[in-house]
Design a protein around this ligand. Structure first.
Ligand code: DGL
Length: 249
């Protein structure tokens, strides 16, 4: 039996869960902390505290390994969680870097403030004279997506602003360094004025995580807040049976 804990600050991690269930069978336990999202503009101590509370809740389900389906939590709290729980935690940015390394030229990292301020992607991908890494903190996107706004004028206006450097410099590679952004991938494509390689770290993660598979998937989804858009976004990503429960943590 393989119990895999997957967690995010909210809806974004569903874009990771959807890649995982396509490639690896397991008993998945997903927690999205929508009630307290976004985490990206919170300080490190608070992000660690909240991540700890999420894992503490998931521990009730005899989790064997965890996928941190959130760049923000990964860059801030992976070491803390691994040390405290003595279990394997797969942090998504490692797979973002692996995936991005297949491409050449400059990169644009679109992420939350915490991810951008950590310069995690820049540190690994920038090579002087060869490839430059531009970083943009897209602080308005997660709150909109959590409200279920995934297209329309507000999303387009924000994307035009956040993608302006990419459009101006025709940056060939765009890394979706926040798991919420694959939810608005179509809007991102629409607001790019040229063809970029859009890199979703979750695809690489799903191919590379390594655990003993179950015969079929079993999916339990918990959210700390459920609103009208929760089920719509879940159904956009999960096209198989699942159970959904509201959970206070
Ligand atoms: N999905 C999270 C990430 O990948 C969003 C963080 C937030 O809540 O700001 O970073």
């Amino acid at each position: 039996m393989t119990n895999i804990g997957v967690f995010d600050t909210g809806l974004g991690g569903l874009s990771v869960l959807s890649e995982l269930i396509k490639k690896k069978n397991a008993n998945y336990f997903y927690l999205g902390d929508s009630k307290r999202a976004p985490y990206g503009s919170r300080d490190e101590a608070e992000i660690i505290k909240f991540a700890d509370e999420i894992v503490n809740f998931l521990e009730e389900y005899d989790i064997d390994e965890y996928v941190i389906a959130c760049n923000t939590i990964s860059v801030i709290a992976t070491d803390y969680l691994s040390e405290k729980y003595k279990k394997k935690f797969y942090p998504i940015p490692i797979y973002g870097i692996k995936q991005a390394s297949k491409y050449s030229g400059d990169f644009m990292v679109l992420g939350t403030e915490a991810t951008v301020n950590s310069h995690y992607y820049k540190h690994y991908l920038e090579t002087p004279g060869k490839s430059k890494v531009y970083e943009v903190a897209a602080r308005n996107l997660v709150p909109l997506i959590e409200e279920g706004i995934i297209e329309g004028k507000e999303i387009d206006d924000n994307l035009k602003k956040y993608l302006s450097i990419a459009n101006e410099k025709k940056i060939p590679n765009l890394i979706l360094a926040c798991t919420h952004y694959p939810i608005i991938k179509e809007a991102i494509k629409k607001n790019l004025t040229y063809n970029a390689n859009i890199i979703n770290p979750a695809t690489c993660l799903a191919s590379e995580v390594n655990f003993y598979e179950t015969e079929k998937n079993n999916i339990d989804i918990f959210f700390t807040e459920i609103n009208d858009s929760t089920k719509i976004i879940i159904d956009k990503f999960i096209d198989t049976d699942y159970s959904l429960k509201l959970k206070e943590i």
